[in-house]
Design a protein around this ligand. Structure first.
Ligand code: CP
Length: 303
């Protein structure tokens, strides 16, 4: 494991496999109810989230505690950040009070990369703007691997707001490295120019994306990152582009539905699809806990 986890771009197959294999062991602990583990006693992990989060922040919190490490949560709005303290000074301060791992989410792409070069603490990118969300893509790949027993040769359709999605970018990097095929579909205003250069196949309709795919991954419309309306009404969007059980008939046998969440039922996906037997959306959340335990454990061992 490297000092920092900043993105999946450039990570090798072996590096990804090491994290997924360790996450499988962590998942076994969770399934047995073993949440008082001793792997990381003496470590302190701090969450520094400048953007909202439910899943990522709380799963890092639980991962830290379950591994026997100390857990610190910074409420950015009531910290000295509100008095104008810089990101660098904030992280140096957190490092100076003996936090070994800093988990950062920020709306500005590249923030964790900038900080990682300047401090000795391990930096984990918990989402930087539209750039990458590596722990999400790792938990997504763990979910696929646990269902299919492999990643090599799978066809994964990512559908929705590709343009503003750090989840899509990290999944494209990771899945292509692991030998999967990635298909992308979104309305034209939500497809970034040149995305095909990453190695994914661009589809012209939701049906084309779902047809013959093993994994159907929906993405939320990221209204908070849009500068102006980039799609018609929500009702029209769902009718034309929503993931539904009817459309899922086009997918391969044994196909699964995934979504990083938060989910907007009736916008990018139907409620019926979220709750269906082929949905792995809540399984993804549990696997997120296992992946974050694995990352903390591997960072501590690497030190
Ligand atoms: N998928 C994800 O990153 O969720 P949160 O924003 O709740 O952390």
């Amino acid at each position: 494991m490297r000092k920092d986890l900043l993105g999946l771009e450039g990570l090798s197959r072996e590096e990804i496999e090491e994290i997924l294999d360790t996450a499988d062991v962590m998942r076994e602990h969770l399934d047995k109810g073993e949440i008082n583990l001793d792997y990381c006693r003496g470590t302190s992990v701090v969450n520094l989230f400048y953007e909202n989060s439910t899943r990522t922040r709380t799963s890092f919190e639980n991962a830290t505690r379950f591994l026997g490490a100390n857990q610190v949560n910074i409420a950015v709005a009531s910290s000295s950040v509100a008095k104008g303290e810089s990101m660098y000074d904030t992280v140096r301060t957190l490092e100076s009070i003996k936090n070994n791992i800093v988990v950062i989410r920020h709306s500005m792409a590249g923030t964790p990369h900038y900080i990682a070069k300047k401090v000795d603490a391990h930096i984990v990118n918990a989402g930087d703007g539209q750039h990458e969300h590596p722990t999400q893509a790792l938990l997504d790949m763990l979910t696929m691997r646990r269902h299919f027993g492999r990643l090599e040769g799978l066809t994964v359709a990512i559908i929705g707001d590709i343009k503003y999605s750090r989840v899509a970018r990290s999944n494209i990097f990771g899945l292509l490295t692991m030998g999967a095929k990635v298909k992308l579909f979104g309305i034209k205003t939500l497809m970034p120019k040149g995305i095909e250069e990453m190695g994914a196949t661009i589809c012209n309709s939701i049906e084309e994306a779902i047809q013959g795919s093993d994994v159907i991954m929906g993405l939320r419309i990221q209204l908070e990152r849009q500068t102006s309306g980039q799609f018609p009404t929500i009702k029209e969007y769902f009718t034309e582009y929503g993931i539904t059980m009817d459309r899922m008939k086009l997918a391969n046998e044994n196909a699964i539905i995934m979504h990083p969440a938060p989910v907007n039922r009736g916008v990018e996906i139907s409620g019926e699809a979220v709750d269906s037997d082929c949905s792995r959306i809540f399984e993804q959340v549990t696997n997120g806990l296992a992946v974050r335990m694995a990352i903390i454990k591997l960072m501590v061992e690497g030190k």
